[in-house]
Design a protein around this ligand. Sequence first.
Ligand SMILES: *Cc1c(COP(=O)(O)O)cnc(C)c1O
Length: 392
Amino acid sequence: MPTYGRLPVSFTKGEGAWLWDESGNRYLDALSGIAVCGLGHSHPAVTEAICDQAATLLHTSNLYGIPNQQKLADKLCEISGMDNLFFANSGAEANEAAIKMARLYGHQQKVDNPAIIVAKGSFHGRTLATLSATGNRKVQAGFEPLVKGFVRAPYNNLEALREIASRSREVVAVMVEPIQGEGGIQVPEREYLSAIRQLCDEQNWLMILDEIQTGMGRTGHWFGFQHSDILPDIITLAKGLGNGLPIGACIAQGKAASLFQGGMHGSTFGGNPLVTRAAMAVIDTIEQQNLSERAALLGNRIRQGLSERLSPLKTVKEIRGLGLMIGIELSQPCTALVKQALEQRLLINVTAERVVRLLPPLILSDQEAEQIVDQLSGLIEQWSQSLMEEKP
Ligand SMILES: *Cc1c(COP(=O)(O)O)cnc(C)c1O
């Protein structure tokens, strides 16, 4: 079905931060399959885990114990400080679990129609509940009736949350991204998450963080929330967790950890021996090689390099981000840059129409980081130049 507007290129091989097309041309990947391949392509630790597990046992179902799954669950709880989790197969599914948990929590509090506060500009997935939670009309249009039980508030605005708290008896949770990814790499104020935590405590709401894009070391810590001194009630993960194998997780702590009881949720594939073995290899590698620290360092360097080259340009509004989640906001819609970069064999993305988004792999070398800065700066300089010529 024609759901994707695809670029005119197909890749057949990958290694590290590089992809090769059918004619053998090499491309530098500054997108990592949308924040999925944090360890780059064909990482030997992940390859070995997959091959070994594939030759041992792929799937048994959640009717039985799955030692790899238990091991990964313990590790995820250890690095997040959370208590327990449910394994899904994607980000949207992990969020579905979180939304169901929030509703269970609401009914426990005797709220008949529990609602979750979600943000403008957010992205939570494409299933009916998660597209309803998403703050982007393009994602929702045509799929009405939307799922009820979401209240919309501007992102990075605590006053708006307080105002909703003062007039609504139905709200039971807040669900936001620590940094909005699809929304254009929107980085909230430093105190935003801790202020939400405080408000949730005051109001007895669950704090749910969608860490699907921010998680797994990308922002410089394992999780985005770890830049503040708080613990959410629920976080959701997917993307970078499996480095390309489909796996998601909904992780809970405290009162949120005992919401789901026997038979309330399930998944045939969720947390199977193969994907959990691969995800374990991902975590071990990030840990052993200190890749979240590396992401912080590289991110600073890339943002600084881009600033030096691009800040003189009037067409460049802002260069922002945290770790290897980087956005360059331009003054005009700039989707054309994606194709121009592709022609120069650099893979980038544009989101929210005018934000160039970089999500390079955490294993990037210094030289590769420099190349991204160099090539992208050149492209944006050219793009700005052509804009000036159009409208003098
Ligand atoms: C990608 C993404 C999702 C959806 O994940 P899928 O695996 O595509 O279902 C949800 N939330 C955020 C923040 C994302 O970046």
